[in-house]
Design a protein around this ligand. Sequence first.
Ligand code: SF4
Length: 223
Amino acid sequence: MKGKIAEIFESIQGEGIYLGKKQVFVRFYGCNLACKFCDTKPETFTEYSPRELFDKIADFPYDYHSIAFTGGEPLLQKAFLKEVLQLTKKAGLLNYLETNGALPKELEEVIDLVDIIAMDLKLPSSTQIGELWDKHRRFLKIALRKEIFLKAVICHSTEEEDIEKLLDVIKKSKRRLALVLQPNSYEHDTKLQQKMERFRQMCIDADVVAWIIPQVHKIRGIK
Ligand code: SF4
């Protein structure tokens, strides 16, 4: 079995609550979505067997927090991902999965091998690709078995109604989940900042822990 991998590199996590942690990033090729603001559409990939990919990961000196399986969407290649996760887990490494949160059946197959989940909630008014609320609900139900935090990208086009739906998903999970509101890096201006502050206040009013965290790696010019 071969998997399609766009790149493997070591860097600092630039998003979410693990911001600043050193990680080995394994970027999977291909995605099931087409978000308007997408900044990760690699055109090329290399094919690896699970063992070949594990050997590449093992080449990095072990002084990092975890391995970030990212994309694209890693769960799109679930059988390959599962074998790689088995190898990294067996080696005692921490598996951190960055996912768009829209493939619940695929998550079910690998959940036991994942340690931390960074789950996106795709707001239709941000992504412009339609609603994923039902998939997000089913995904979250499975993901709650592990450590998890949520992330939503906020754009000029993001509507308050979507924040209300997002808060409803979180409230119904019956768990106190951290939410990261991430400004679209291409639209980050005063107007967007004000909108984000308003959305953050909505979260506070709903008793949901929310932080505004931009993509720091882009601001600092690191990969
Ligand atoms: S889910 Fe992520 S990788 Fe896929 S299209 Fe959206 S932003 Fe891009």
